[in-house]
Each structure stands twice: as C-alpha cells, then as structure tokens.
Design a protein around this ligand. Structure first.
Ligand code: FES
Ligand code: FES
Length: 209
C-alpha cells in the first residue's frame, strides 16, 4: 500500500501533481513515436500504388469528424495523425501492449488493430474524452492519488482498459483485475499501483470487491 505523507505539498509536489493531472487527462503532451519501427517494405509491395482514399465519418468524444483516409488507416493513426488526439499511444502496433486502448460503444478495443473505416457509426471515447470538463473521471483521480505510473506512456491505455474492466464487473479483487488487465503492459512495472487505483475507482462507483 502506497501512503501519502501527511505534510502539506511542497512546490515540487504541486508541479508534479499538475504534470500527473495532464498525463491522466490527456495522455500527456509528448509526441509518441512508435516503439517498433516498420520493417522495410519488399520492393514489389513498395511499388504497388495505394488504394483510393475513402470518406470516413468518425464520432470521437461526442464530436463528428469527416475525414478522407486510405482505407488501410488504423483507428489509432486516424486519431493521432488526422484528429491530433495523441493521448492514445502507439507502443507495439501489433495488439500486444494495450497502449492504444480506446472505448468503442463502451467496450475496450486496441485501436492499432481496428480500421478507422470500420469504426464509422460507433461511439469512440479516448483518454481526452473521459473527463467531464474539469472533473476528472474517478479512475483518473485514483491514478493520481495512487501514483499509478512512472513514465506515463502506458497510462492512457491503462486507464481506458481500467474503465472498461470496472464496467464489465471484472474488478472484484486484485487478482481479477490483474487477469482482466493482462493485455495492458507497463514497462515501468507500476502494476501494484495500477491495480490499487482500479480498486479505488471500482469501490467509488459501487463495483469493487
Ligand atoms: Fe500496442 Fe496497440 S499499440 S496494442
Ligand atoms: Fe511507464 Fe507504464 S508507467 S510504461
């Protein structure tokens, strides 16, 4: 259990709190480069002309967006590169790390594996759309209170997956949370604090064990 010191926050602590709040609210300001670079395309594939762009209408965080995209564009790339919602991170691009997790019609999906064109007509929620104005989601607040991250790269995906984990009724115990959050990797090893934050938020909304 991670306990907060009883003394008043120092100036450094206040600044750190502001940084933490920015990270959980928007996924942080740092541009995220892919962790794995694409392998060079085979010559024949590189010479193949791209398919014609198609119109794609996306509803993200309650706002409608009309884009014209290569039909192969992933939802993650549409969010990050076309809508400039960079909170969702590209870790592996292969569905293995969970950094890109968003909600689609309330269910968690790995946006690096979802095609933007197939997300039309769905309600997409990203980390930028979780707070209600200045009011953070209970899980965002719990992440701050529990210091549930270090570098913050995995945090947006952890929070979106955690919101879904609670809504699914899979937050009854620490072990259950670990099992149902196993698709979200944290290279900093902040798992104990992430689980504690999810337990806190689950209890707050009456879905904890
Ligand atoms: Fe790793 Fe999507 S970027 S699962
Ligand atoms: Fe660094 Fe999770 S906080 S990867």
């Amino acid at each position: 259990m991670h306990e907060r010191p009883p003394s008043a926050p120092t100036g450094t602590e206040v600044r750190r709190r502001e940084l933490l709040k920015a990270t959980v609210a928007t996924g942080g300001a740092a541009a995220a480069a892919p962790l794995l670079s694409s392998a060079a395309l085979p010559e024949a594939q590189a010479a193949t002309p791209p398919p014609a762009a198609v119109p794609v209408a996306l509803r993200v965080n309650g706002a409608e967006h009309r884009l014209t995209l290569d039909p192969r564009t992933t939802l993650l790339d549409a969010l990050r590169e076309h809508l400039h919602l960079t909170g969702s991170k590209k870790g592996c691009g292969l569905g293995q790390c969970g950094a890109c997790t968003v909600l689609m019609d309330g269910k968690r999906v790995k946006s690096c594996l979802s095609l933007a064109a197939l997300a039309q007509g769905r309600d997409i929620t990203t980390i930028e759309g979780l707070a209600q104005g200045e009011q953070l989601h209970p899980l965002q607040t719990a992440f701050i209170e529990r210091d549930a991250f270090q570098c913050g790269y995995c945090t947006p995906g952890q929070i979106m997956a955690g919101v879904a984990c609670i809504a699914e009724g899979h937050a009854g115990s620490a072990q259950e949370i670990r099992d149902w959050m196993s698709g979200n990797i944290c290279r900093c090893g902040a798992y104990d604090h992430i689980v504690a934050a999810i337990q806190d938020a689950a209890r707050q909304v009456g879905r904890g064990g």
